[in-house]
Write a protein that binds this ligand. Sequence first.
Ligand code: PYL
Length: 285
Amino acid sequence: MTRLTADLIKDVPSHVPRLDDELNDKIGMDMRTFACYAMDVDIKDLDFDRYTVAIVPVTSGGGVIGGFSASVAAAVGAMGMRSFVTGACDVTGVAEAFSSGADIIFMADDERFIALNTRTRSFSDNIWSTAKGYVTALKLAEGGLEGKTVLVIGAGRVGTEAVKILREEGASVEVTDILHKRSVTLENRFDNVKAKKDVKQAIKDNRLILNASPGLISGDLIQNGAVISSPGVPYAFDAEGERKAKVIIHDVLSLGVAVMAVSSVCLSLFNIPAAGVVAEKLVIS
Ligand code: PYL
């Protein structure tokens, strides 16, 4: 997964207010409605303004990313939750979040980005939430994925979760990665998954695409009318790709954060699916 930079996320806070309109145009619902839909939660059951959300900057590994916590706070605030960035980082920041009565605490090191529910001992994970969000967006943009073939570009952590979720949606999956062995690993692990060695040919051959790679994708590979859901960072498409595609769904951080926010509220026990723990549904807490 690409490590974000201050430059990649510098426009997130100013872009958040436009996200609802962009999402409405592309999939017919605003961000909070979408996040509830992705998590199969009735939006009427979730009082967003009831939740206080703390974002704690974390200095480990590559250190704090300028604007990261503020961007998460902006995305969560746009959902209607009360969000703030703690003044302190790391453990002191977590103590501050608890002392402030935060219901949900977002924090990210270089390995994981989670939203911890302080009431239910549950947490949601950005990898799964991003995959769930972008598969759901593809499904909405396409009008359903049952019996259709979807190409996943990138067999990393988000791409792998997306393959699992696409199969749950009844889609057949082709997966391609510049490291072909990563695609073969998924082909060997799951039914209805085909590894495609020739990345460019795979893109040319597929109208439905979930792009979970950091690579740039030349527009001459894109089919006319392609439906593309693209969590990959940085943004992958050129003017020709944008002209030919029916829709391209992408944002740097907010869509995954929105799904994290809802899933941290509605799941009782949630570890990354790779741990084999299937999320159990709980009434909103
Ligand atoms: C969560 C993002 C999505 C894509 N890549 C992931 C990434 O950049 N992870 C590292 C996040 C580090 C945040 C830093 C801070 O500012 O608190 N520890």
